[in-house]
Design a binder for this molecule. Structure first.
Ligand SMILES: C[S@@+](CC[C@H](N)C(=O)[O-])C[C@H]1O[C@@H](n2cnc3c(N)ncnc32)[C@H](O)[C@@H]1O
Length: 208
């Protein structure tokens, strides 16, 4: 049987590759993001010590934003077109093509991981794998910030690129706890012109 994560990654890679220019034109600058999100990422970054990984960095706009906040930062994404663009646009930063289920980072070597809307294509059955990998690479006391589509129940919807999931905050929070994190803050926001938004900041526990 085909490995489901490889199959999902192939679909995600091909879907974003086909629309990478359009995506980057729409979302490739933090100026298109909500000011509340910029404030959250910035205040979260200020709590971190050590290098930060932007996991599923897309065109790299949040990687660049994080770098301006102070920490040493790098980005990883499945989509070569995004990584090429990020490298061109932000030549002082490091970007790699790859999957965040198996990171080339030593255990407990990172101060934090930003996963901004990059777990949205993972099913409830699959999401524990990347969360466990984030828990492996983040040092005890380090931080994880997850941005996602919020909803009353877990479910899929037709995201413009490929199928995505919405999550109740408590349910996704429980996944983080299972992976070895303590939930620190949760945020939700609704408004005209965008789907309900959620964000969770979490701290890596010292023992799993
Ligand atoms: C909705 S985009 C978000 C991109 C960026 N974080 C942003 O806020 O614009 C989701 C990103 O996650 C990446 N992604 C999804 N699954 C991934 C995986 N297993 N490993 C690495 N990147 C992944 C996709 O390639 C895509 O760039």
């Amino acid at each position: 049987m085909e490995n489901t994560s490889t199959h999902r990654d192939d679909i995600v890679r091909e879907s974003y590759s086909a629309r990478s220019q359009e995506y980057a034109d729409l979302f490739g600058s933090v100026t298109s993001t909500h000011p509340t999100d910029r404030a959250l990422v910035s205040s979260w970054a200020a709590t971190l010590t050590g290098p930060v990984l932007d996991a599923g960095c897309g065109p790299g706009q949040w990687t660049d934003f994080l770098a301006a906040c102070g920490p040493a930062v790098s980005g990883i994404d499945l989509v070569p077109e995004f990584v090429d663009r990020a490298r061109t646009q932000f030549p002082d930063l490091t970007f790699e093509v790859g999957g965040f289920e198996a990171l080339d980072a030593a255990t407990e070597s990172l101060g934090g991981v930003l996963s901004w809307y990059s777990l949205i294509h993972h099913s409830p059955q699959d999401i524990q794998t990347p969360l466990a990998e984030f828990a492996r690479v983040i040092r005890p006391g380090g931080g994880l910030l997850v941005g996602f589509f919020e909803g009353a129940t877990v479910g899929t919807f037709d995201h413009a690129v490929t199928t995505a999931y919405r999550w109740p905050v408590a349910e996704l929070g429980q996944k983080l706890i299972t992976a070895g994190f303590e939930v620190i803050e949760t945020h939700t926001r609704t408004g005209r012109g965008y789907r309900p938004h959620g964000a969770i900041t979490a701290r890596r526990q010292s023992s799993r």
